[in-house]
Design a protein around this ligand. Sequence first.
Ligand SMILES: NC(=O)c1ccc[n+]([C@@H]2O[C@H](COP(=O)([O-])OP(=O)(O)OC[C@H]3O[C@@H](n4cnc5c(N)ncnc54)[C@H](OP(=O)(O)O)[C@@H]3O)[C@@H](O)[C@H]2O)c1
Length: 267
Amino acid sequence: MAEPSLALVGAGKMGAALLGGWLVAGVAPNSISVHEPHPSDDVEKLAAELGLALNPPPRPADTVVLAIKPQMLETAAPGLAPLFRPDSLLISILAGKTVANLSQRLPARAIVRAMPNTPAAIGRGITGAFANDCVTAAQRDTAHRLLSGVGAVEWVGPEQAIDAVTAVSGSGPAYVFHLVEAMAQAGAALGLPSDLAMRLARATVEGSGELLHRSPEISAETLRKNVTSPGGTTQAALDVLMASDGLSELMARATAAAARRAGELSG
Ligand SMILES: NC(=O)c1ccc[n+]([C@@H]2O[C@H](COP(=O)([O-])OP(=O)(O)OC[C@H]3O[C@@H](n4cnc5c(N)ncnc54)[C@H](OP(=O)(O)O)[C@@H]3O)[C@@H](O)[C@H]2O)c1
């Protein structure tokens, strides 16, 4: 039996990461069509070597994965209509485009709205996903399998929860990169050469992330407590970070701002 057909629309950074993940996960290349006006050399090479259909005439697909820029939706939509049958599944990763926005522009009924994050590029992303009522259990499984190609998948509801997902994990990598900047600046202020301070900060975040990754059964709280001796140096810093106006309060304000902005952009 032929594999269900899969159309990828937009093979930029995130679309190409998804495509790579599907191929590694064993999705049959000849079931995939890629629709991308300016394919990268890598995507062209994959198409030539594995027999992916690159920019074939659009035909209805079982699943359509939309990975163009949100601002391109209006212009692209009319050309995408032939990719859909009434029972096709649409998986959209477009930031800020709601199920209502998507169903106004595309002839899709079953819609999964997903928010990945940039570590998807190395297969270590996490995606929050919402399925509307028209998505069948089998289509949800399909979406889970396809989104898992770039990392973990968490299902959320109601749809508005995607704004909170955006605020925590979608935008989250930037917070972690900023943490590295802040630690490096602080190290320089304590007298370290700034390039050394940056190496120390960067390696600390890399290594701590890897420790978290390799210890899924240990909570972040326990990992923190394991490196905090009562009355010691780490405790002195944490007393500042964990004060009532410390990092938790700042993170609550930062993520609230991101969630509010996500809501405004989808409005
Ligand atoms: N990157 C992230 O971390 C991230 C996280 C969550 C969600 N997202 C979402 O992922 C989507 C893609 O982001 P990205 O960073 O991968 O953007 P990107 O690198 O610009 O990729 C978008 C691709 O779509 C192509 N495209 C434009 N119009 C098209 C059309 N009509 N048909 C087919 N392809 C078309 C673009 O081609 P041209 O360059 O020729 O226009 C481009 O190659 C966005 O909606 C974004 O909100 C991204």
